[in-house]
Design a protein around this ligand. Sequence first.
Ligand code: UGA
Length: 467
Amino acid sequence: MSKKIQIAVVGSGYVGLVAAVCFAEMGHDVICVDNDEVKVKALQGGDTLIHEDHLPELLNRYRNERVRFMTDLAEATRESEAIFIAVGTPQSESGDADLSHVEAVASEIARSINGYKVIVEKSTVPVYTNEWIRRVIERNGVGREMFDVVSNPEFLREGTAVSDFLHPDRIVVGADSERAAAVLSAIYAPLTTGEYYNVENIIPGPFTSTEPPPLLLTSTKSAEIIKHASNAFLALKISFINAVSNLCEAADANVEQVARGMGLDSRIGPKFLRPGIGYGGSCFPKDVAAFRSVAEQMGVDFSLLSEVEKINGAQKKRFMSKVQSALWTLRGKKLAVLGLAFKGETDDIRESPAIDLVEMLLAEGCAITAYDPAAMERAKAELPVSAQMGYASDAYAAAADADALLILTDWREFAELDLVRLNATLRYPIVIDGRNLYDPHMMSEHGFTYMSVGRPAAKPVREAVGA
Ligand code: UGA
């Protein structure tokens, strides 16, 4: 049996909340601290505040028992052996990560240390952060023997966060002391020994008790770089396929075929080769900028990352040109927009390319009716209801009498529309798909003019036959 450990998690955002309930699911006792009282009350009452599979179920199972929510970081510090810092590291003006929340939490922890503690960076932070946290704690008069700071980056994706946490490709622990490494190894033992995968009613995922996930022990600095380098590499993969998709459009080739042909090479792999309207979300844009900035500060030329960002920004403009080429003039056009979240199966609109595109279309004088299965409430704060901007209760209501339909987020349900009904609902059967959810042949057979990313445009069969 793995040992039960008393853990504190500071921050109840995506990473903090998911980590807190998953540690409880692994058998540990957890205190989740947030300085926002309203949030703490909501979590105590069972409201997850974010749209995430399995989260309501785990929160209800453990709240106020194995996971306690509170605002008192001092108490949580005193009661815990390991304290995970999972607060926000937003992007500052210069592209750097703003570490003021991390620093504030570190100082507060320092003031309450009452015995040996392992302080764990869970937030995505630049390579020198570990050392800074250590210095801040020492400055507050805490002796070196009273604590260790380790880096344990998180690789969960929104939408699949809980199963990513409990079935991780790898667990990275960056620790410069054996004592701290032992505490982290004990925390993850239910996963790394395979014990968790033997329990009934576990969260499903790829790992089993005979094939558990690996734990990689590294230096703290390597662990910090692993996180930034992984996100930057995935962003690079997306920008690469987006650039290839532009080449495919110019050459009249099909990027889906090209991506498949590349992805079958096991050295490349098929994942993160979906072209689209550019990556968004709270991680990739921020982390690519932060990694670029870290490299700059350390005198390393990593201008490759600037290219990744450049291609990403250009991808939205390219989509705008596609809309323009399909509709000629944009002023006064009535457009249906499917999707506002930065990707499917989440209600998160942070750095969403869909929101940016809607803003660009509104600036061109289009009238927009949007539908998103989960992100509309959040979107209304960015794109308030107006004469130009409206929201619909489903995809068909959004499409009613529209001059064209735009697909901006890869929600599964958007790939399963009733095409006959959609065609009858739109004023003109034009679909411009920024996520390649449909087969161009099928769209042309259903009478649509269909434009997507990196594939030849399709014309309605009727028109093609008559032409
Ligand atoms: C990302 C990473 O995938 C996680 O491993 C990491 O833990 C997380 O950031 C983080 O640092 O916290 P996430 O932001 O939830 O996770 O979303 P992804 O699924 O990675 O998608 C990011 C963006 O790339 C989305 O806008 C998505 O639509 C886009 N994307 C993704 C593509 O355009 N093409 C692809 O092939 C894949």
